[in-house]
Design a protein around this ligand. Structure first.
Ligand SMILES: NC(=O)c1ccc[n+]([C@@H]2O[C@H](COP(=O)([O-])OP(=O)(O)OC[C@H]3O[C@@H](n4cnc5c(N)ncnc54)[C@H](O)[C@@H]3O)[C@@H](O)[C@H]2O)c1
Length: 346
Protein backbone atom coordinates (compact mmCIF):
# COMPACT_ATOMS: atom_id res chain seq x y z
CA UNK A 1 0.00 0.00 0.00
CA UNK A 2 1.24 3.48 -0.84
CA UNK A 3 1.92 5.54 2.23
CA UNK A 4 -0.11 8.66 2.86
CA UNK A 5 1.99 11.76 2.18
CA UNK A 6 1.87 14.10 5.15
CA UNK A 7 2.96 17.73 5.51
CA UNK A 8 3.48 19.42 8.85
CA UNK A 9 2.83 23.15 8.68
CA UNK A 10 4.51 25.00 11.54
CA UNK A 11 7.69 23.58 13.07
CA UNK A 12 7.52 25.05 16.56
CA UNK A 13 7.42 23.43 19.98
CA UNK A 14 4.47 21.10 19.41
CA UNK A 15 5.84 19.79 16.13
CA UNK A 16 9.32 19.25 17.52
CA UNK A 17 8.15 17.68 20.79
CA UNK A 18 5.09 15.78 19.64
CA UNK A 19 4.03 15.71 15.99
CA UNK A 20 7.32 14.64 14.43
CA UNK A 21 8.17 11.94 17.00
CA UNK A 22 4.58 10.64 16.76
CA UNK A 23 4.25 10.63 12.97
CA UNK A 24 7.68 8.99 12.65
CA UNK A 25 6.19 5.92 14.37
CA UNK A 26 3.42 5.45 11.82
CA UNK A 27 3.90 2.90 9.05
CA UNK A 28 0.91 4.25 7.12
CA UNK A 29 2.33 7.73 6.65
CA UNK A 30 5.42 9.36 5.26
CA UNK A 31 6.22 12.96 6.21
CA UNK A 32 7.10 14.52 2.86
CA UNK A 33 7.13 18.26 3.60
CA UNK A 34 7.91 20.50 6.56
CA UNK A 35 6.84 24.12 6.45
CA UNK A 36 7.99 26.99 8.62
CA UNK A 37 8.57 30.63 7.80
CA UNK A 38 11.76 30.35 9.85
CA UNK A 39 13.56 27.97 7.50
CA UNK A 40 16.55 26.99 9.66
CA UNK A 41 14.19 25.34 12.15
CA UNK A 42 12.41 23.42 9.41
CA UNK A 43 15.75 22.33 7.91
CA UNK A 44 17.07 21.16 11.28
CA UNK A 45 13.99 19.00 11.87
CA UNK A 46 13.94 17.77 8.26
CA UNK A 47 17.54 16.58 8.65
CA UNK A 48 16.74 14.84 11.93
CA UNK A 49 13.65 13.03 10.60
CA UNK A 50 14.71 12.54 6.97
CA UNK A 51 11.98 14.74 5.49
CA UNK A 52 12.79 15.42 1.81
CA UNK A 53 11.15 18.82 1.21
CA UNK A 54 11.25 22.01 3.26
CA UNK A 55 9.28 25.17 2.47
CA UNK A 56 8.62 28.55 4.05
CA UNK A 57 5.09 28.87 2.67
CA UNK A 58 2.24 26.42 3.27
CA UNK A 59 0.90 26.59 -0.30
CA UNK A 60 4.02 24.70 -1.41
CA UNK A 61 2.50 21.52 -0.02
CA UNK A 62 -0.45 21.51 -2.40
CA UNK A 63 0.14 18.63 -4.81
CA UNK A 64 2.93 17.26 -2.59
CA UNK A 65 0.85 16.05 0.35
CA UNK A 66 -2.43 14.17 0.87
CA UNK A 67 -2.82 15.36 4.43
CA UNK A 68 -1.45 18.03 6.77
CA UNK A 69 -1.10 18.82 10.43
CA UNK A 70 -1.59 22.56 10.91
CA UNK A 71 0.36 23.65 13.98
CA UNK A 72 0.73 27.34 13.24
CA UNK A 73 -0.04 30.30 15.52
CA UNK A 74 -3.75 30.40 16.31
CA UNK A 75 -4.79 33.20 13.92
CA UNK A 76 -3.57 31.13 10.94
CA UNK A 77 -5.51 27.96 11.77
CA UNK A 78 -8.67 28.95 9.90
CA UNK A 79 -7.31 30.53 6.70
CA UNK A 80 -4.65 27.86 6.11
CA UNK A 81 -7.00 24.97 6.94
CA UNK A 82 -9.75 26.31 4.67
CA UNK A 83 -7.35 26.73 1.75
CA UNK A 84 -5.90 23.23 2.21
CA UNK A 85 -9.33 21.61 2.55
CA UNK A 86 -10.45 23.40 -0.62
CA UNK A 87 -7.48 21.72 -2.34
CA UNK A 88 -8.64 18.33 -0.98
CA UNK A 89 -5.85 18.08 1.56
CA UNK A 90 -7.08 16.35 4.76
CA UNK A 91 -6.30 18.45 7.84
CA UNK A 92 -5.66 17.81 11.51
CA UNK A 93 -5.72 21.34 12.90
CA UNK A 94 -4.28 22.15 16.30
CA UNK A 95 -6.47 23.71 18.96
CA UNK A 96 -8.03 26.25 19.07
CA UNK A 97 -9.78 25.19 15.88
CA UNK A 98 -10.16 28.91 15.02
CA UNK A 99 -10.55 32.24 16.75
CA UNK A 100 -14.14 32.78 15.62
CA UNK A 101 -17.15 30.50 15.35
CA UNK A 102 -17.86 31.86 11.86
CA UNK A 103 -14.40 30.64 10.80
CA UNK A 104 -15.20 27.18 12.20
CA UNK A 105 -18.31 27.14 10.03
CA UNK A 106 -16.23 28.00 6.95
CA UNK A 107 -13.80 25.20 7.79
CA UNK A 108 -16.62 22.69 8.22
CA UNK A 109 -18.16 23.81 4.94
CA UNK A 110 -14.84 23.50 3.06
CA UNK A 111 -14.44 19.95 4.36
CA UNK A 112 -17.97 19.02 3.45
CA UNK A 113 -17.65 20.51 -0.06
CA UNK A 114 -14.54 18.50 -0.93
CA UNK A 115 -14.96 15.42 1.27
CA UNK A 116 -11.58 16.06 2.88
CA UNK A 117 -11.27 15.05 6.55
CA UNK A 118 -11.19 17.85 9.11
CA UNK A 119 -10.02 16.70 12.54
CA UNK A 120 -9.48 19.04 15.50
CA UNK A 121 -6.53 18.52 17.84
CA UNK A 122 -8.47 18.30 21.10
CA UNK A 123 -6.16 15.60 22.31
CA UNK A 124 -7.63 15.33 25.80
CA UNK A 125 -10.60 13.49 24.30
CA UNK A 126 -8.14 10.65 23.72
CA UNK A 127 -7.10 10.46 27.38
CA UNK A 128 -8.33 7.20 28.86
CA UNK A 129 -9.48 9.21 31.89
CA UNK A 130 -11.64 11.55 29.74
CA UNK A 131 -13.39 8.59 28.15
CA UNK A 132 -13.83 7.02 31.59
CA UNK A 133 -15.48 10.18 32.96
CA UNK A 134 -17.77 10.31 29.94
CA UNK A 135 -18.89 6.73 30.61
CA UNK A 136 -19.40 7.30 34.34
CA UNK A 137 -21.55 10.37 33.71
CA UNK A 138 -23.51 8.75 30.89
CA UNK A 139 -24.12 5.56 32.85
CA UNK A 140 -25.65 7.59 35.65
CA UNK A 141 -23.23 6.36 38.31
CA UNK A 142 -23.18 9.83 39.89
CA UNK A 143 -26.92 10.40 39.39
CA UNK A 144 -27.99 13.82 38.15
CA UNK A 145 -25.03 16.14 37.92
CA UNK A 146 -25.33 19.08 40.30
CA UNK A 147 -22.03 20.89 40.02
CA UNK A 148 -18.46 20.95 38.75
CA UNK A 149 -15.26 22.71 39.66
CA UNK A 150 -12.09 22.85 37.58
CA UNK A 151 -8.93 24.57 38.82
CA UNK A 152 -6.19 24.21 36.23
CA UNK A 153 -2.98 26.16 36.35
CA UNK A 154 0.75 25.77 36.12
CA UNK A 155 3.41 28.46 35.95
CA UNK A 156 3.92 28.73 32.19
CA UNK A 157 6.90 26.69 30.97
CA UNK A 158 5.99 25.56 27.45
CA UNK A 159 9.17 26.02 25.36
CA UNK A 160 7.64 28.06 22.55
CA UNK A 161 9.67 28.70 19.41
CA UNK A 162 7.96 32.04 18.72
CA UNK A 163 6.26 34.82 20.70
CA UNK A 164 2.92 34.28 18.97
CA UNK A 165 1.21 32.93 22.11
CA UNK A 166 1.79 36.24 23.86
CA UNK A 167 0.69 38.55 21.05
CA UNK A 168 -3.04 39.20 21.13
CA UNK A 169 -3.43 39.52 17.35
CA UNK A 170 -1.67 36.17 16.78
CA UNK A 171 -3.01 34.17 19.72
CA UNK A 172 -6.47 35.74 19.97
CA UNK A 173 -6.10 35.93 23.76
CA UNK A 174 -4.24 34.29 26.62
CA UNK A 175 -4.86 31.32 28.86
CA UNK A 176 -8.54 31.04 27.90
CA UNK A 177 -7.85 30.52 24.20
CA UNK A 178 -4.81 28.35 24.95
CA UNK A 179 -5.93 25.90 27.67
CA UNK A 180 -9.64 26.76 27.44
CA UNK A 181 -10.37 24.73 24.29
CA UNK A 182 -9.14 21.55 25.98
CA UNK A 183 -10.95 22.18 29.26
CA UNK A 184 -14.18 23.56 27.84
CA UNK A 185 -14.38 20.86 25.20
CA UNK A 186 -14.31 18.20 27.92
CA UNK A 187 -16.88 20.05 30.02
CA UNK A 188 -19.30 20.32 27.08
CA UNK A 189 -18.59 16.75 25.96
CA UNK A 190 -19.12 15.25 29.41
CA UNK A 191 -21.96 17.35 30.74
CA UNK A 192 -23.67 18.92 27.70
CA UNK A 193 -24.30 22.50 26.56
CA UNK A 194 -24.36 25.66 28.68
CA UNK A 195 -27.16 28.14 29.23
CA UNK A 196 -25.23 31.06 30.75
CA UNK A 197 -21.70 32.17 31.51
CA UNK A 198 -20.00 34.99 33.40
CA UNK A 199 -16.37 35.57 32.56
CA UNK A 200 -13.57 37.42 34.42
CA UNK A 201 -9.93 37.90 33.45
CA UNK A 202 -6.87 40.05 34.01
CA UNK A 203 -6.19 40.90 30.33
CA UNK A 204 -6.38 44.68 30.79
CA UNK A 205 -5.90 45.14 27.05
CA UNK A 206 -3.27 42.42 26.66
CA UNK A 207 -3.52 38.62 26.84
CA UNK A 208 -4.96 37.23 30.08
CA UNK A 209 -2.77 35.14 32.37
CA UNK A 210 -5.62 34.18 34.70
CA UNK A 211 -9.32 33.79 34.10
CA UNK A 212 -12.47 32.44 35.68
CA UNK A 213 -15.77 31.27 34.18
CA UNK A 214 -18.99 30.80 36.11
CA UNK A 215 -21.24 28.53 34.08
CA UNK A 216 -24.73 27.15 34.24
CA UNK A 217 -25.40 24.07 32.10
CA UNK A 218 -28.50 22.77 30.34
CA UNK A 219 -28.49 19.73 32.64
CA UNK A 220 -29.04 22.09 35.60
CA UNK A 221 -25.50 21.86 37.00
CA UNK A 222 -23.47 24.99 37.70
CA UNK A 223 -19.82 25.48 38.45
CA UNK A 224 -16.53 27.25 38.01
CA UNK A 225 -13.63 26.87 35.59
CA UNK A 226 -10.46 28.66 36.69
CA UNK A 227 -7.39 28.71 34.45
CA UNK A 228 -3.97 30.19 35.21
CA UNK A 229 -0.58 30.63 33.61
CA UNK A 230 0.92 32.23 36.70
CA UNK A 231 -0.09 29.89 39.53
CA UNK A 232 0.09 26.17 40.22
CA UNK A 233 -3.52 25.26 41.00
CA UNK A 234 -5.20 22.03 42.14
CA UNK A 235 -5.19 20.69 38.55
CA UNK A 236 -8.24 18.55 38.83
CA UNK A 237 -11.90 18.37 37.95
CA UNK A 238 -14.47 17.76 40.66
CA UNK A 239 -17.84 16.63 39.34
CA UNK A 240 -20.60 16.42 41.94
CA UNK A 241 -23.72 14.35 41.37
CA UNK A 242 -26.71 13.33 43.48
CA UNK A 243 -25.10 9.96 44.25
CA UNK A 244 -21.44 10.78 44.47
CA UNK A 245 -18.48 12.94 43.57
CA UNK A 246 -15.72 12.24 41.09
CA UNK A 247 -12.32 13.91 41.15
CA UNK A 248 -10.04 13.48 38.17
CA UNK A 249 -6.68 15.12 37.55
CA UNK A 250 -6.10 17.16 34.40
CA UNK A 251 -3.01 15.24 33.27
CA UNK A 252 -3.06 12.41 30.75
CA UNK A 253 -2.79 9.63 33.29
CA UNK A 254 -4.30 11.07 36.43
CA UNK A 255 -5.50 9.97 39.81
CA UNK A 256 -9.21 9.30 39.76
CA UNK A 257 -11.19 9.31 42.98
CA UNK A 258 -14.82 8.32 43.34
CA UNK A 259 -16.67 9.18 46.54
CA UNK A 260 -20.13 7.83 47.11
CA UNK A 261 -22.17 7.91 50.33
CA UNK A 262 -20.40 4.97 51.93
CA UNK A 263 -17.28 4.56 49.80
CA UNK A 264 -14.18 6.47 48.86
CA UNK A 265 -12.50 4.62 46.01
CA UNK A 266 -9.16 5.72 44.63
CA UNK A 267 -8.80 4.19 41.20
CA UNK A 268 -5.20 3.36 40.48
CA UNK A 269 -4.95 6.27 38.08
CA UNK A 270 -4.02 4.27 35.03
CA UNK A 271 -6.99 3.87 32.77
CA UNK A 272 -6.02 1.06 30.44
CA UNK A 273 -7.69 0.58 27.06
CA UNK A 274 -7.40 -2.77 25.37
CA UNK A 275 -5.14 -3.68 28.28
CA UNK A 276 -2.69 -0.89 27.45
CA UNK A 277 -2.17 2.25 29.55
CA UNK A 278 -0.68 5.35 27.96
CA UNK A 279 2.78 5.84 29.41
CA UNK A 280 3.67 9.17 27.83
CA UNK A 281 1.81 12.10 26.39
CA UNK A 282 3.14 11.05 22.96
CA UNK A 283 1.15 7.81 23.35
CA UNK A 284 -2.03 9.86 23.59
CA UNK A 285 -1.12 12.05 20.62
CA UNK A 286 -0.48 8.84 18.73
CA UNK A 287 -4.06 7.76 19.36
CA UNK A 288 -5.20 11.10 17.97
CA UNK A 289 -2.96 10.80 14.90
CA UNK A 290 -3.92 7.18 14.24
CA UNK A 291 -7.58 8.19 14.39
CA UNK A 292 -6.95 10.96 11.82
CA UNK A 293 -5.19 8.55 9.47
CA UNK A 294 -7.85 5.88 9.91
CA UNK A 295 -10.60 8.45 9.23
CA UNK A 296 -8.89 9.30 5.92
CA UNK A 297 -8.32 5.69 4.89
CA UNK A 298 -11.76 4.47 5.99
CA UNK A 299 -13.68 7.51 4.75
CA UNK A 300 -15.23 8.15 8.14
CA UNK A 301 -15.57 11.07 10.54
CA UNK A 302 -12.63 11.54 12.90
CA UNK A 303 -13.24 11.21 16.64
CA UNK A 304 -13.22 15.02 17.02
CA UNK A 305 -14.66 16.47 13.81
CA UNK A 306 -15.06 20.19 13.05
CA UNK A 307 -18.62 20.35 14.41
CA UNK A 308 -17.35 19.30 17.82
CA UNK A 309 -14.20 21.45 17.79
CA UNK A 310 -16.48 24.41 17.10
CA UNK A 311 -18.27 24.21 20.47
CA UNK A 312 -15.32 25.29 22.60
CA UNK A 313 -14.50 28.10 20.13
CA UNK A 314 -18.06 29.39 20.49
CA UNK A 315 -17.78 29.41 24.28
CA UNK A 316 -14.37 31.12 24.24
CA UNK A 317 -15.70 33.74 21.84
CA UNK A 318 -18.75 34.33 24.07
CA UNK A 319 -16.53 34.73 27.13
CA UNK A 320 -14.37 37.35 25.46
CA UNK A 321 -17.49 39.23 24.36
CA UNK A 322 -18.79 39.25 27.98
CA UNK A 323 -15.40 39.91 29.61
CA UNK A 324 -15.34 41.59 33.01
CA UNK A 325 -12.09 42.55 34.74
CA UNK A 326 -11.12 40.24 37.58
CA UNK A 327 -10.36 41.86 40.92
CA UNK A 328 -6.62 42.36 41.41
CA UNK A 329 -4.92 42.17 44.84
CA UNK A 330 -4.00 45.86 44.87
CA UNK A 331 -7.67 46.78 44.54
CA UNK A 332 -8.20 45.52 48.12
CA UNK A 333 -5.11 47.13 49.68
CA UNK A 334 -5.62 49.60 52.47
CA UNK A 335 -3.40 52.62 51.83
CA UNK A 336 -3.19 56.37 51.45
CA UNK A 337 -6.04 57.85 49.49
CA UNK A 338 -5.06 59.34 46.15
CA UNK A 339 -5.21 62.87 47.50
CA UNK A 340 -2.73 62.10 50.28
CA UNK A 341 -0.37 60.40 47.83
CA UNK A 342 -0.48 63.28 45.40
CA UNK A 343 0.23 65.86 48.08
CA UNK A 344 3.39 63.95 49.03
CA UNK A 345 4.79 64.35 45.51
CA UNK A 346 7.19 67.23 44.80
N1 LIG B 1 -2.69 20.09 21.48
C1 LIG B 1 -1.96 20.66 22.40
O1 LIG B 1 -1.99 20.29 23.56
C2 LIG B 1 -1.05 21.79 21.99
C3 LIG B 1 0.11 22.04 22.72
C4 LIG B 1 0.91 23.08 22.30
C5 LIG B 1 0.57 23.87 21.23
N2 LIG B 1 -0.59 23.62 20.56
C6 LIG B 1 -1.01 24.49 19.45
O2 LIG B 1 -0.09 24.36 18.38
C7 LIG B 1 0.08 25.60 17.72
C8 LIG B 1 1.56 25.92 17.68
O3 LIG B 1 2.05 26.00 18.99
P1 LIG B 1 3.61 25.93 19.31
O4 LIG B 1 3.72 25.81 20.77
O5 LIG B 1 4.28 24.94 18.44
O6 LIG B 1 4.05 27.41 18.87
P2 LIG B 1 5.51 27.91 18.51
O7 LIG B 1 5.51 29.39 18.73
O8 LIG B 1 6.53 27.11 19.22
O9 LIG B 1 5.65 27.58 16.94
C9 LIG B 1 4.94 28.26 15.94
C10 LIG B 1 5.73 28.04 14.65
O10 LIG B 1 4.98 28.55 13.56
C11 LIG B 1 5.89 29.21 12.67
N3 LIG B 1 5.14 30.18 11.87
C12 LIG B 1 4.57 31.35 12.26
N4 LIG B 1 3.94 31.94 11.22
C13 LIG B 1 4.12 31.12 10.15
C14 LIG B 1 3.69 31.17 8.79
N5 LIG B 1 2.96 32.19 8.32
N6 LIG B 1 4.05 30.16 7.96
C15 LIG B 1 4.82 29.13 8.43
N7 LIG B 1 5.25 29.03 9.69
C16 LIG B 1 4.90 30.00 10.54
C17 LIG B 1 6.89 29.87 13.62
O11 LIG B 1 8.10 30.20 12.94
C18 LIG B 1 7.08 28.77 14.67
O12 LIG B 1 8.11 27.87 14.31
C19 LIG B 1 -0.74 26.62 18.53
O13 LIG B 1 -1.94 26.87 17.88
C20 LIG B 1 -1.01 25.95 19.84
O14 LIG B 1 -2.26 26.31 20.42
C21 LIG B 1 -1.39 22.59 20.91
Amino acid sequence: MNKLKLAIVGCGAITQGIHLPVTALSNQVEVTVLVDKFLPRAHELADKYGVPVVADEYREIIGKADAAIVSLPNYLHAPVTIDLLQHEVHVLVEKPMALKTSNCDEMIEAASNTGAVLAVGLVRRFYGSSQFVKQIVENGLLGNILGFDLREGIIFRWAVASDSMFRKEAAGGGVLVDIGPHALDLLLWWLGGYTSVEYYDDAMGGVEADCELHLRLQCGASGVVELSRTRNLRNSWIIRGERGTLEVGTGFNPLIRLKTKNRDVVLAGRVARDGVADKTIQDVFRRQFDDFVDAILSHREPFVPGQEGRRAVELVETCYALRQPSKQPWMFLEGPRHGALESALP
